[in-house]
Design a protein around this ligand. Structure first.
Ligand code: ZN
Length: 327
């Protein structure tokens, strides 16, 4: 769905193209250097015949966005956010566990040639975290942004800078193990990863387990029609299944975040992504675990907040990244 945000002038300053490839949706955007999102185009990642089909579709939609740019302010560069295992400097998606067939894709070369623009690759959760940090204007120097989507991603800001680590795989929160009691198989092939419980996909799986066990619930639809929006609506009505799912997800997330906070002395965690819509139900169990496990004298200053930018976060992050890269 293409949306042009005409309330914001298209010629405010330099512009960039941004692309966020997710397990559920692909978000394309035209964004100004200052982080104004000028146009967006969001469509389903879908199950396609292979990466070529999705890439061809992305190129078509990105070209349409380019056409929307002011001819005096054509995009200067493109930032691509992708999930999974990446080699950002080489511009290669090594493996994206939640997108069928995405193995060894030289995405920046492909996009750069198709759009005739320089391109950069960054972990999708890092772009999201940069966006929330830069765009909301309320970031603090040491924070983590967690995205609860198809998987669980995260981006770390340490001492006021994005922290990618030596191998660009920092903050792979979703694949931190919950312990031997969790036997659920993750999209990455391992067992017991956080995202088997705390991602949107993990939460719906927990709900389906509840349905299979024929426990009490207000839900009357088919198991396949469940998603976190349905669960959130049911939780508002006090549904036992939905409250159970959010509590389990929140406790698991809290357990992993407690380790991260104790390791890094963070001040804040921001929850974003589709399943963060259930923030009011996730907040309590997460804080319960943090309060029980954080080793800090200033526990009352620890913040757990809901992200403010939604699907615009990675687009704003793209502008921040490309500016930092000198474009
Ligand atoms: Zn995993």
């Amino acid at each position: 769905m293409l949306a042009i945000h005409r309330n914001k002038t298209l010629s405010v300053d330099d512009t960039f193209l941004a692309l966020d490839i997710g397990g559920t949706n692909v978000t394309c955007g035209l964004v100004s250097r200052l982080g104004l999102v000028l146009a967006t185009d969001i469509f389903k990642t879908g199950l396609r015949s292979g990466p070529e089909e999705l890439i061809a579709l992305i190129i078509t939609r990105m070209k349409a966005l380019w056409e929307q740019s002011d001819e005096d302010h054509r995009p200067k560069a493109l930032a691509v956010g992708a999930p999974g295992w990446l080699k950002p400097k080489e511009g290669v998606v090594v493996m994206a566990p939640n997108i069928e067939g995405w193995v060894d894709i030289p995405i920046t070369r492909i996009m750069s040639e198709a759009l005739e623009l320089p391109a950069r690759l960054e972990n999708d959760s890092n772009l999201y975290a940069l966006g929330e940090w830069f765009g909301s204007g309320q970031g603090c120097d040491n924070e983590i942004t967690v995205t609860l989507g198809t998987g669980v991603g995260a981006g770390l800001i340490l001492n006021g800078r994005l922290w990618s680590g030596s191998f660009a795989s920092a903050a792979e929160l979703g694949h931190i193990p919950l312990g031997p009691a969790n036997k659920r198989v993750c999209g990455c092939g391992r067992t017991g990863c956080l995202e088997t419980v705390a991602s949107a996909r993990g939460m719906t799986k927990l709900a389906r387990e509840w349905l299979e066990a024929k426990k009490s619930t207000k839900y009357r639809g088919a198991p396949d029609d469940l998603d976190t929006d349905v669960l959130r609506e049911l939780a508002e009505k006090g549904d036992k299944m939905s409250l159970h799912v959010f509590r389990e997800a929140g406790l698991a997330l809290g357990q992993v975040l407690a380790g991260v906070f104790n390791l890094l002395s963070l001040e804040r965690a921001v929850l974003g992504g589709g399943a963060a819509g259930a923030f009011k139900f996730l907040r309590e169990p997460v804080m319960e675990v943090l309060k029980a496990h954080l080793v800090t004298a200033r526990i009352e200053e620890i913040q757990l907040v809901k992200g403010t930018l939604g699907t615009n976060a990675p687009l704003v992050g793209a502008a921040a990244l490309l500016t930092a890269e000198g474009f």
